[in-house]
Design a protein around this ligand. Structure first.
Ligand code: ADE
Ligand code: ZN
Ligand code: ZN
Length: 283
């Protein structure tokens, strides 16, 4: 790609803002993750993804990247609600699959499940089981974003920061929303016209590889997230405090890095599923 990853992430976030009018790891953070991912697809991956996408996606994975959030509170899909996160016991800063993902029913279990479903699909079967694999793709694309938001691996007692009420500058909100939305909202307000961000290009090869050459490694991403939750998100953010410039300036690079990692790892995973030799460094 012509653009450096640094410029690319900043551009995608700005583009997202222009498309949706407001930014957040809610709709727009997910949009950014999927936009970055699609730009790293191998040709065969792009063909397979386009085959699976529903018509309303218009050929763009980013357009369905928040579908899982849109449906999770409807009666038909309420079973999927807890697949969006994996919390740890209070004040535990490590992630343990058997402890934190009971019955595989959490974001890591969901990523394993839906990538396995996509893996089992051959070229021929794509059209036969189209509907389920369409859902599998939309879930994987969404959950790969969620798992990189540090507070989607937060503490059980405060529901990943949702119960920590505080102020973001002069707005009443909660810590989870600060990480889903507010940090990026503020970045757009302050840095609208400048592409300022750290350049992670050298780190990309280490992001895409999984231990033991696995297709995907959500346990690793969840471990990184709870570590960041403890060291960065919860730190200096107790209930009732006002978060402002210090918190914003120190945490924004982490939000940008996690969005970039989510996009790159989503692309690498789908390339490994649909294309035997990924362009992004081999795992
Ligand atoms: N609800 C409970 N815990 C949550 C978390 N970590 N993220 C999002 N929603 C949640
Ligand atoms: Zn979600
Ligand atoms: Zn969230």
């Amino acid at each position: 790609m012509g653009l450096s990853l640094r410029t690319w992430v900043a551009s995608i976030i700005l583009l997202t803002h222009l498309v949706h009018g407001a930014l957040g790891w809610g709709v727009d953070g997910h949009y950014s993750v999927c936009k970055i991912a699609q730009s790293y697809f191998e040709e065969k991956t792009l063909v397979a993804v386009k085959k699976l996408l529903p018509a309303f996606a218009n050929g763009e994975l980013a357009n369905v990247c928040s579908w899982a959030d849109e449906i999770k509170r409807t009666p038909e899909w309420s079973w999927s609600y807890t697949l969006h996160f994996a919390n740890t016991p209070d004040y535990k800063c490590n992630y343990d699959y058997s402890r934190d993902c009971p019955n595989d029913w959490c974001v890591t279990g969901a990523i394993f499940n839906y990538t396995n479903q996509l893996m089992s699909a051959s070229e021929d079967s794509l059209s036969i089981v189209h509907y389920n694999l369409t859902e599998a793709l939309m879930f994987v694309a969404h959950f790969m974003g969620d798992i990189h938001q540090p507070l989607h691996e937060g503490f059980f007692g405060d529901q990943g920061g949702n119960k920590i009420k505080l102020n973001w500058y002069d707005q009443e909100t909660n810590l989870h929303r600060v990480w889903d939305n507010k940090i990026i909202d503020s970045a757009l307000e302050k840095y609208y016209n400048s592409s300022r961000s750290y350049d992670w290009s050298n780190d990309v090869p280490s992001w895409v590889s999984c231990p033991l050459h696995k297709i995907v490694c959500p346990n690793l991403y969840a471990s990184e997230s709870i570590d960041l939750a403890c060291k960065c998100a919860y730190k200096d953010a107790t209930a009732g405090t006002t978060l402002g410039d210090d918190y914003f300036i120190s945490r924004l690079p982490i939000v940008e890095k996690r969005i970039a990692q989510g996009g790159i790892r989503l692309a690498a995973t789908l390339n490994r599923i649909f294309y035997p030799k990924p362009k992004l460094a081999t795992a």
